[in-house]
Design a binder for this molecule. Structure first.
Ligand SMILES: Cc1ncc(C[n+]2csc(CCOP(=O)(O)OP(=O)(O)O)c2C)c(N)n1
Ligand SMILES: [Mg+2]
Length: 619
C-alpha cells in the first residue's frame, strides 16, 4: 500500500505548495517564494500553525491585506510570472480587503494564490464573529465576492478536497493564458482538521511553462499579411516582456524595419534608443506612435489586451483597410479587433516569423518617417525634462531627474494618477524589466506595496517608487514592512495637493476640478486653503529617512543620496499641477453630461460628440 501521512488540511496545503516548481527553457525554479499573511481567527490556528512548522516556506508579515496582494502581484510581474506568493487572511474584513488586490492581479494576468479564512464548514456555531449571514443560503460567505475576480475559485469544505483543488489551482496559476488570482476559500475548522493524505501528493512536482507554436495555416497567413503590408506597425504589450521576447522583437524590428509602439505593460520591450522604437502607444502615447497607428494598414499586436488606453478608445486605427494580426497565448485576447488569431508564445512566434518574412522590409519612406518622429520626440522629451519651471517644479522635470539618476537596470514603479501617463510618454527604458507600471487596474495604493514585491523579486536592483500624494495617503504603510524585510525602496512622493489627474479630467469635462483637491471646507465647499500634509514626518515616523527637495539641484542631490542609501528613503517634492505634459494625437472616451446648466460642460459635450464619431468597429 502506498504510504500515507496524517496532516491538517492547512499543513497539507503548505507542504504541497513547498514542492511545486516551474520550468521554462530548461530552467527550474520553486514557484512559491513563501506566504504573506495577517492572522486572525480564521487562519491563526490553521494556516498560521502550518507556516510556523514549515520555516523553510518563508512567512512575511505585511501591514494590510490589500497591500500584501499588491506586493505578491509586483513580485509575480517582476518575475515574469514564473514565481508567486500565497497570501492568507482571517475571515471577514481580512478576506474582503484582499478583493481589490485580487482584481488587480487578475486584470493584469498575474498569478497570486489567495487563502482567505472562511466560516465554519461545521456551521453549528454560526454566526461566528465577522460572518455574513445570508437568509436564503448557509453556503454563502463574503468570500463568494472573490468569484468574479479570480481565475479559479474553490471552497475547501473537507480536507481531502485539497487533492483535486490544489492541482487545479496550480494549473491556472502557471498557465500563461489563464493566470491571475486563484482563491481557495478555507473554512477555519477545516484548516485545523487532520486527514490521511497519500505521501506522493507532496512529491516534487514541476509545471512546464509552454511556449506554444501557432497553428501552421494561421502562421502562414500572418506571414503573407506582413509581406503584403505597406505601413505595418507592431504594438508590443506585456506578453512580450513576460515571454522574454525582447531580443526576438528587437531582431524582428531591425530586420523588417517595422516600427514598434509600446503599451504600458509592454514599455521596455525595446530599449528607448532602438531605431524602430516609436515609444508609447495610445492615449498616453507619442505623436509618432499615434500618427503611424492612425495610418497603418497592418497592426501586429503582440501580447496586448487592447485596452482603451492602447486603442485610444477605438479611435487609434483610422486606415479603412487596416487589418490586425494578434499574437497572444490567450485566445481571448488574440480574438480582439477581429484580428487574425495567432495563438502562440511571443518569443517563438517572432523568431519563426522573422524567418518566414525574410527579405521583406518596409519602404524607405516608412523608415524616414520613423526616424523623423523619433528625432522630434527626443527633442520634445528634452524640452519637458528641462522646463526650468518653479519651484514648485513640474512633474516632467522630476521624471527627467529620476531617469537621469537611475542606472539602466534600476526599476521605476508606478500605478495611478497623472504619473503613469507622463512616465509612459517620457521614461527612457533601457532594460525590459526597468519599467513597472500597474495600469490594468491603475490601483491607487499599489505603488509602495507593489514596489516592495519588485524589490523582493530583484534584490540586486534599485527600485524607485514614484507616487502621487493621493496614492500615498491611501496606502503608504508598507514602508514599515520594507524596513522589517531590509528591502530598500527609493520612494518619491509628488505632492500637488490632490488629484492632479482627475482634476484635469474634470476640467476637460467642464467640471473645473470639482472634488479633486485637498482643501479646507469653507462656505460649504472644499474651497479654502490647502490642507497641508507633512509627508516627511509621516515617512520618518515609520523609520524611513525622509527629505524634502524643492529645486532641481536639491532634487538631484536627494535622489543621488537616496540611491546610495541602505534603507528605505522617501523624497518629497512639491510639483506644480498646472504645468502638464500634453496629450499627443489621441483621445480617451470619458462620457460628458448630455445636458447641463454649466456652459463649460455643454461645450465639452460638443467636443465629445465630435470625437466619439471616430470610434471604429472592426469586421
Ligand atoms: C483605488 C483607486 N481609487 C480611485 C481611483 C481614481 N483615480 C485615479 S487617479 C486618482 C488621483 C490620484 O491622485 P495622486 O496620487 O495624488 O496623483 P495625481 O493625480 O495628483 O498625479 C484617482 C482618485 C483609482 N485609480 N484607484
Ligand atoms: Mg496628487
Amino acid at each position: 500500500m502506498a504510504s500515507r501521512c496524517r496532516l491538517t488540511a492547512a499543513q497539507a496545503t503548505i507542504l504541497f505548495l513547498k514542492n511545486q516548481f516551474v520550468e521554462r527553457d530548461g530552467k527550474e525554479l520553486p514557484f512559491f517564494a513563501g506566504c504573506f499573511g495577517i492572522f486572525g481567527h480564521g487562519n491563526v490556528a490553521g494556516i498560521g500553525q502550518a507556516l510556523q512548522q514549515n520555516p523553510d516556506f518563508p512567512y512575511f508579515l505585511p501591514r494590510n491585506e490589500q497591500a500584501m496582494v499588491h506586493t505578491a502581484t509586483g513580485f509575480a510581474k517582476m518575475s515574469n510570472r514564473l514565481r508567486a506568493f500565497a497570501c492568507t487572511s482571517s475571515i471577514g474584513p481580512g478576506a474582503t480587503n484582499m478583493i481589490t488586490g485580487a482584481a488587480t492581479a487578475t486584470i493584469n494576468r498575474l498569478p497570486v494564490l489567495l487563502l482567505p479564512g472562511d466560516f465554519f464548514a461545521r456551521r453549528h456555531v454560526a454566526p461566528v464573529l465577522q460572518q455574513l449571514e445570508v437568509a436564503q443560503s448557509q453556503d454563502v460567505s463574503v468570500n463568494d465576492c472573490f468569484k468574479p475576480v479570480s481565475r479559479y475559485w474553490d471552497r475547501i469544505s473537507r480536507p481531502e478536497q485539497l487533492l483535486t483543488a490544489l492541482p487545479a489551482a496550480m494549473r491556472v496559476l502557471t498557465s500563461p493564458a489563464e493566470t491571475g488570482a486563484v482563491t481557495l476559500s478555507f473554512p477555519q475548522d477545516v484548516q485545523s482538521e487532520a486527514a490521511e493524505f497519500p505521501s506522493d501528493f507532496f512529491a516534487h512536482r514541476t509545471w512546464s511553462i509552454p511556449r506554444p507554436r501557432g497553428d501552421a495555416d494561421t502562421f502562414n497567413r500572418a506571414a503573407a499579411l506582413i509581406r503584403s503590408a505597406s505601413q505595418p506597425l507592431i504594438i508590443a504589450g506585456g506578453g512580450v516582456i513576460y515571454s522574454e521576447a525582447s531580443a526576438a522583437l528587437a531582431q524582428f524590428a531591425a530586420q523588417t524595419g517595422i516600427p514598434v509602439a509600446e503599451t504600458q505593460a509592454g514599455k521596455g520591450s525595446l530599449p528607448f534608443d532602438h531605431p524602430q522604437n516609436l515609444g508609447a502607444m495610445g492615449v498616453t502615447g507619442t505623436p509618432g506612435a499615434n500618427v503611424m497607428a492612425r495610418e497603418a494598414d497592418l497592426i501586429i499586436g503582440i501580447g496586448t489586451r487592447y485596452s482603451d488606453f492602447t486603442t485610444a478608445s477605438k479611435t487609434a486605427f483610422q486606415n479603412p483597410a487596416v487589418q490586425f494580426i494578434n499574437i497572444n497565448v490567450a485566445e481571448f485576447d488574440a480574438a480582439k479587433q477581429m484580428g487574425l488569431q495567432l495563438v502562440a508564445d511571443a518569443k517563438v512566434a517572432l523568431e519563426e516569423l522573422a524567418r518566414a518574412v525574410s527579405g521583406y522590409r518596409v519602404s524607405s519612406d516608412h523608415e524616414d518617417c520613423i526616424a523623423h518622429f523619433r528625432s522630434q520626440w527626443e527633442k520634445e522629451v528634452e524640452r519637458l525634462f528641462h522646463l526650468q519651471h518653479g519651484p514648485p517644479v513640474s512633474q516632467s522635470e522630476v521624471i527627467g531627474l529620476v531617469n537621469s539618476v537611475c542606472e539602466p537596470r534600476d526599476v521605476v514603479v508606478c500605478a495611478a494618477g497623472s504619473l503613469p501617463g507622463d512616465l509612459h510618454k517620457l521614461w527612457r527604458a533601457r532594460d525590459p524589466k526597468s519599467y513597472h507600471m500597474e495600469y490594468g487596474y491603475s490601483c491607487m495604493g499599489y505603488e509602495i506595496a507593489g514596489g516592495l514585491g519588485v524589490k523582493m523579486a530583484a534584490p540586486d536592483r534599485e527600485v524607485f517608487v514614484m507616487v502621487g500624494d493621493g496614492s500615498y495617503l491611501m496606502m503608504a504603510q508598507e514602508i514599515h514592512t520594507s524596513l522589517q524585510e531590509h528591502c530598500k525602496l527609493n520612494v518619491i512622493v509628488l505632492d500637488n495637493h490632490g488629484f492632479g489627474s482627475i482634476g484635469g479630467l474634470s476640467q476637460a469635462c467642464g467640471s473645473s476640478g470639482f472634488g479633486t483637491h485637498y482643501r479646507y471646507r469653507e462656505g460649504g465647499q472644499l474651497a479654502g486653503d490647502v490642507v497641508p500634509v507633512d509627508f516627511a514626518a509621516n515617512a520618518s515616523s515609520m523609520g524611513a529617512s525622509a527629505v524634502r527637495a524643492r529645486t532641481v539641484d536639491e532634487i538631484r542631490h536627494a535622489l543621488i543620496l537616496s540611491r546610495a542609501a541602505k534603507q528605505t528613503t522617501v523624497t518629497l517634492i512639491e510639483v506644480d499641477e498646472s504645468v502638464r505634459v500634453p496629450g499627443y494625437e489621441s483621445w480617451w472616451d470619458v462620457p460628458v453630461a448630455e445636458v447641463s446648466e454649466i456652459k463649460a460642460v455643454r461645450e465639452a459635450r460638443r467636443d465629445y460628440e465630435r470625437n466619439i464619431k471616430r470610434e471604429r468597429h472592426f469586421a
